[in-house]
Design a binder for this molecule. Structure first.
Ligand code: HSE
Length: 437
């Protein structure tokens, strides 16, 4: 194909992913030119500090500290937003769309919080907007849901969609590392967000789940309406008991339709059966198990974080924008398969559970606990009480681990609150979901 004029790109943000885009565009420039018909050229790069030491060497004359320069430069065709944050990024992205410049962003927090306004603006201005890198790094899940699975109603999505958490849990489980050491490793490897709190408290995964819920069910759920728990409290004790019971603990995002056109979206540490493919997704890898009414079960697997994998998704969006520009197509967003209602309240969501209790070692304890569960119609699946170490202080008590059948979260939580009030309980109970998948 004879090459057309170069496409000039304004890149805002030269952090881990931005540097990956710069590096990999250069690495595969001939291939990309052959595939798109255009030389894809980074013409300007907005950074926070001009003199910072970086992974890639960018000519000084390309750098600016004013992201607005990229929008104001008429020679720039496409904007890539990888600056992070929400307020400044919102102003930047909306200004670019109003200036009729196609936008590619990897900013899941921005989309989760203000996606509705941004998509509406892209539609109104009829300007391409792409965000493949916002969910699951290098896995092309946005394109899959929006294009390849267009024949389906999406029934459910179960995802491991935070590489940092999955890396930490895997290293705690396989190498016996403490949480703090495993987190430090993930940060050193460039998997974590600038503020790793968002990774470990579950919100990075929740932002991605909100985007997947919109793609699948046509509604931007408010962060306040979904339940999110992180991995900060997980310790080796529960990882060990989960293993004995035949499970692995993962941070799982669930997005699924409820019978009355409501949507269930939640992110929580959950026990997955060891034999299920999702339980065997380790390290920084992400996986998304998606069930459609036509296709049945599908699984998408790949690197969910990191410079190269995530830049692969950004560059794929560049190829799409290049096609849009060639065909004179503006915003060609995806139509969800239905307009669904609000989020299912957490208390109505149903699953099995894992409950660990530290109790006084005395007669009648198990009977008291099982009575409280039975009163609420919660059936017991299994009970473990390891024999105490005889050398331990006899007042140290006993550990009791139960798994229970499907129950609504509100009912289960109510039971745990009642159990916690029993005299025999020595520590705050630990409750996790068990996803039967
Ligand atoms: N910090 C994110 C993760 C990067 O660990 O998955 C990709 O969003």
């Amino acid at each position: 194909m004879p090459s057309k004029s170069p496409l000039r790109i304004g890149l805002a943000g030269l952090g881990n992913v931005g540097a990956g885009v710069y590096k990999n565009l250069a690495k595969n420039s001939d291939l990309l030119e052959a595939r798109t018909g255009h030389r894809l050229e980074i013409a300007r790069v907005a950074v926070r500090e001009l003199d910072r030491k970086r992974d890639v060497e960018v000519p000084k004359e390309l750098l600016t500290t004013r992201p607005e320069d990229l929008i104001e430069d008429d020679s720039i065709d496409i904007i890539i937003e990888l600056m992070g944050g929400t307020d400044r990024a919102y102003d930047f992205v909306t200004a670019a769309l109003c200036a009729k410049k196609p936008v590619i962003t990897g900013n899941k927090a921005l989309l989760a919080e203000r996606g509705k306004e941004i998509i509406t603006l892209a539609e109104q201005e009829n300007v391409p907007l792409y965000f493949e890198a916002a969910v699951a790094g290098g896995i092309p899940i946005i394109k899959a849901v929006g294009e390849a699975l267009v024949a389906n109603h999406i029934e459910s999505i179960h995802g491991i969609i935070n590489g940092t958490c999955n890396y930490i849990l895997t290293r705690m489980e396989d190498a016996g590392l403490s949480y703090a050491v495993a987190l430090k490793e993930a940060q050193d490897l460039g998997y974590a967000e600038a503020d790793p709190t968002l990774d470990v408290n579950g919100w990075d995964a929740a932002h991605k789940a909100i985007i997947l819920a919109w793609l699948s069910y046509g509604r931007w759920l408010k962060p306040a309406h979904i339940h999110v728990e992180g991995i900060e409290g997980i310790g080796r004790t529960d990882i060990g008991f989960a293993e004995i019971l035949g499970y692995r603990i993962k941070l799982v995002a669930v997005v699924r339709q409820a019978p009355d056109k409501r949507v269930e979206v939640r992110v929580q540490p959950s026990l997955l059966p060891q034999g299920h493919i999702l339980a065997n997704v380790n390290g920084v890898y992400n996986a998304i198990a998606l069930r459609g009414d036509v296709v049945g079960d599908t699984l998408f697997y790949g690197s969910g974080a990191g410079q190269d994998a995530t830049s692969s998704s950004v560059i794929a969006d560049l190829a799409d924008v290049s096609n849009n520009l060639a065909a004179g197509i503006g915003y060609d967003g995806f139509m969800p398969h239905g307009e669904f209602g609000e989020a299912v309240p957490l208390d109505d969501t149903v699953s099995e559970y894992y409950l660990r209790l530290q109790v006084k070692d005395q007669p009648g304890v198990i009977a008291a606990i099982t009575t409280l569960l039975g009163n609420r119609d919660i059936g017991i699946l299994s009970v473990i009480q390891p024999e105490p170490d005889t050398e331990e202080d006899e007042n140290a008590g006993a550990t009791l681990v139960l798994t229970v059948h499907d129950a609504a979260y509100g009912n289960m939580r109510g039971a745990v609150e009642e159990i916690e009030k029993l005299d025999c309980i020595q520590e705050t109970p630990v409750l996790y979901r068990v996803e039967s998948l």
